[in-house]
Design a protein around this ligand. Structure first.
Ligand SMILES: Cc1cc2nc3c(=O)[nH]c(=O)nc-3n(C[C@H](O)[C@H](O)[C@H](O)COP(=O)(O)OP(=O)(O)OC[C@H]3O[C@@H](n4cnc5c(N)ncnc54)[C@H](O)[C@@H]3O)c2cc1C
Ligand code: SF4
Length: 481
């Protein structure tokens, strides 16, 4: 295909990878989309209009060179397309799978605006990178020069920490990653379910990082297994990329009843089960939805992951209670549609006020129906009590109301670690350094609960500023010698 064969959006219809039918996918944890085949990836890429000012690229947090790798894909130059995709991203196949493209690259594609349907950018990105893995084009991390006299400690093996680890290792630094879990990946491993992101995809990235000489210290909780001061004495620079894990709670009567559980505890148990781990909390039924009437409270992506997990575990019914309506919910419209296809019922404009129990075990959720008022600061209309009551029977209630940061200054024994009024870490806008010299921060712990692609972006940015910091350290030492 020649370059002139682009701009086919008037002739070739938008086509996403085929989804497995709901009845086929609703009892396994495999990804729901079948992969693109070569011809389809080429044809879909050829729809790109090669804009002079590519808004897709502007609105991709990584500023991926999207029009260029679409053209290369359309021309069948897949290795070059892959090289271009990986030049800006440490995890293109992961972002291609789980970015909310409708709000980022695809939502800003010019041909979407003109009513033709966006180029299916995320699916092409996934195809190009998966193909590169299959062809053996994804090479071990190459180290530019030896800088192992300097050592970096990274707290958190999520996408922000792993991205920084890869880029700093490439520069030649000695890199140690600490994580309190027994596996790396952060929420990619223990939050996001396999039907959105199969675990081998994260595992092979981790193996590549390990093979490059990055040291991973798992089951190592900073604050318990070492203080921040101890870590600072071991390394020349530290990155805090610990994410946000304190579940927001609902203050309501009956919230402590058996069967009222937190979303992340539920998802971690399910993901662990998928790895074949022993999970007593799952085996004793606490975190298993099988045979239960499940109510999930919340309207974000975590709630969507919970409802769809409950379907796969064999719940008898799954309802999602959300205090706003469909148009004003934070979760991705694509995920709501997937959940509905799989049999989830959404009960809009409902706010729980109490949990009733029988013998200490939850039996129903009671609350108020809401109506929508004026838009709030985020543009979404604010819910207000509508007066009427509702009651939903439930054997398992999963609270998915969002996350806030843990108290890191207290946990780490560093009262002078600056935080914002939301508890996220205060980091210098340009250097990404916290109030502690040589201690940097990136990802959700700075932004609050966000997206994988933003964590990758932060990891990329902070690797650069940490490198500059370490170079300055070398220069200072040389001048003093
Ligand atoms: C259920 C769920 C579904 C999501 N779905 C999507 C999605 O579809 N698309 C998307 O783009 N984003 C999604 N997100 C958001 C996304 O996962 C996060 O924005 C992203 O993972 C943040 O990356 P991070 O590296 O900052 O932190 P994390 O991924 O949270 O990683 C932080 C790591 O730090 C470790 N850690 C924490 N404290 C310590 C300590 N004291 N010592 C040692 N280690 C520590 C943790 O164990 C963890 O491994 C989802 C989030 C959740 C909860
Ligand atoms: S990283 Fe996300 S936003 Fe950027 S091109 Fe890929 S799918 Fe789109």
């Amino acid at each position: 295909m020649a370059a002139s064969d682009m701009l086919k959006f008037t002739k070739v219809d938008q086509d996403y990878p085929t989804k497995r039918p709901a009845g086929e996918r609703d009892d396994d944890f495999l990804e729901i989309s079948r992969p693109f085949i070569l011809e389809k990836a080429e044809a879909q890429s050829s729809r790109c209009s090669q804009c002079g000012v590519p808004f897709c690229q502007v609105h991709c947090p990584l500023h991926n060179n999207i029009p260029d790798w679409l053209r290369l894909t359309a021309e069948g130059r897949l290795q070059e397309a892959w090289e271009m995709a990986e030049s800006t991203s440490t995890m293109p196949e992961i972002c291609g799978r789980i970015c909310p493209q409708d709000r980022l690259c695809e939502g800003n594609c010019v041909i979407e605006q003109s009513g033709h349907g966006a180029v299916t950018i995320g699916s092409v990105e996934k195809f190009v990178t998966e193909n590169a893995w299959e062809q053996g084009w994804v090479k071990p991390i190459s180290i530019l020069r030896d800088r192992s006299h300097r050592s970096v400690g990274i707290i958190g093996a999520g996408p922000a920490g792993l991205t920084a680890a890869e880029l700093l290792r490439r520069k030649g630094y000695k890199v140690t990653v600490y994580d309190r879990h027994d596996r790396g990946g952060g929420l990619l491993t223990y939050g996001i379910p396999g039907f959105k992101l199969e675990k081998y995809v994260v595992g092979r990235r981790l193996e590549r990082l390990e093979a490059s000489g990055i040291e991973f210290k798992y089951e190592f909780e900073v604050g318990t297994d070492a203080t921040m001061d101890q870590l600072r004495s071991r390394h020349d620079a530290i990155l805090i990329a610990t994410g946000v894990y304190k579940a927001r709670e609902l203050q309501a009567p009956g919230v402590g009843s058996g069967g009222v559980i937190k979303a992340l505890d539920y998802l971690i148990a399910s993901n662990r089960k998928g790895f074949g781990d022993e999970v007593p909390g799952f085996d004793d039924g606490t975190f298993n939805a099988e045979g239960k009437r499940v109510v999930v409270i919340g309207g974000g992506d975590t709630a969507m992951d919970c409802v769809r997990t409950a379907v796969r575990q064999g719940a008898t019914s799954v309802k999602c209670l959300y205090r706003r309506d469909r148009a004003n919910m934070p979760g991705s419209a694509r995920e709501v549609a997937n959940a509905e296809e799989e049999g989830v019922e959404f009960v809009w404009l409902t706010s729980p006020a109490a949990f009733h129990d029988e013998g200490g075990q939850v039996s129903s959720v009671q609350g108020t129906r809401m109506k929508l008022g004026q838009p709030g600061p985020d543009g979404r209309r604010e819910p207000e009590p509508g007066g009427e009551d509702f009651r939903e029977d439930a054997d398992l209630v999963i609270m998915a109301l969002g996350f806030s940061p843990e108290d890191l200054p207290q946990m780490f024994g560093t009262p002078d670690l600056g935080v914002t009024r939301w508890g996220t870490l205060r980091a210098d806008h340009k250097t990404m350094m916290t109030s502690l010299d040589g201690v940097f921060a990136a990802g959700d712990i700075v932004r609050g609960a966000s997206l994988v692609v933003w964590a990758v972006r932060d990891g990329r940015d902070v690797a650069k500023t940490m490198h500059e910091y370490l170079l300055a350290m070398d220069a200072e030492e040389k001048a003093a010698a």
